[in-house]
Design a binder for this molecule. Sequence first.
Ligand code: ADP
Ligand code: MG
Length: 383
Amino acid sequence: PETPSSSGSDTSRPPLKPAEERLMVAVRVRPLKNDEPHRVLYAADRKSVILEDSDKSDAIRQKKGVERHYTFDVVFNETSFQEEVYDVTTRSLVKDVLNGYNGTVFAYGATGAGKTHTMVGDRHHPGIMIRALNDIFEAVKDKEDEYSVTMSYLELYNENIRDLLNPASGYLELREDSRGRSIQVSGLTEISTTSTDEVMQLLQKGNKARTVEPTAMNQTSSRSHALLSVTVRHTVPVNKRDHLRMRIKQGRLFMIDLAGSERANKTKNRGKRLQEGAHINRSLLALGNCINALAGGARYVNYRDSKLTRLLKDALSGNCKTVMIAHVSPSANQKDESRNTLIYADRANNISTKVERNVFDVSYQVTQYQTVVNELRAEISRL
Ligand code: ADP
Ligand code: MG
């Protein structure tokens, strides 16, 4: 399992067995808008949706009853509130992260299907990112000496990584640690705060900095992926008498608002924008390939095809509890996108990960600081 860098310390891990966890797949159907044509998609019950899968006229459709059922872990219909979506998908992940597990929630779906509404929302309808941070801050309140909370927020656009908390810093590179096990974004801002107001402002500023390009499909289409990462580290003495031996639990929560999953040709992109579409498809295509491979039980899964899959490797295969929220519009003119999203989500249903708690003990002894100092020296000389 991934542990925080503990090199040079006396590390002993309690024997925890990894537990197999299936990826949770939720589907959220957004309300039909006034200017949209008729509805072709319904939430049938708490676990399934029906897609009228026919281009035939209403009369024929009724006669033949051409429709398809898709079943998931949970389905949210248009009357579901933000709070309910958070409670069912993310609240328990937050508890796990406070206990030293890793968790990931990602929003998938075509542009306009409701991903940003679910993940970010607005002031009156706060989304998952805000609610999760609130719960984390509430849990660590008045225990700042035991807990540290840090967060970062990045954008992946055109296979380029930008720091949404410091957009002026340009493109950032991915770097793997020497053992090739954990992946880092070098130079990414890590802020440490437990103020909800401050975080709201930072996220809003970050969202404004996201690359937004108008496309034929949606005026405010976002062609970028936004990844919010929150790390919670809990440090307490192993026992009350000995304050030199500390037990550290570290959990990380990834909350991801993916770019639109629609095909580039549907948005009638031309020139520069077509290339952007191609790049976005590269990341989402790679994600789809990984999901297919994992769902089919493949022995080899290629995460190296895109930056998104390199960043999500742990979330999909490794030590992480993962939730996918697939978003669909009920509208007839979004039927192809909705069908593709449902098929994608259906495949993801078969993935499981092995989760393990990130707990380790550290002895603070002078001789061991020497090793840490040497490592830091080596790090500095590499910069
Ligand atoms: P995406 O991020 O997938 O492109 P958005 O979240 O921006 O889509 O949603 C598109 C529009 O639909 C926005 O105006 C948003 O407020 C609205 N919307 C999306 N989902 C819901 C919902 N569940 N309830 C009410 N409005 C929604
Ligand atoms: Mg969006």
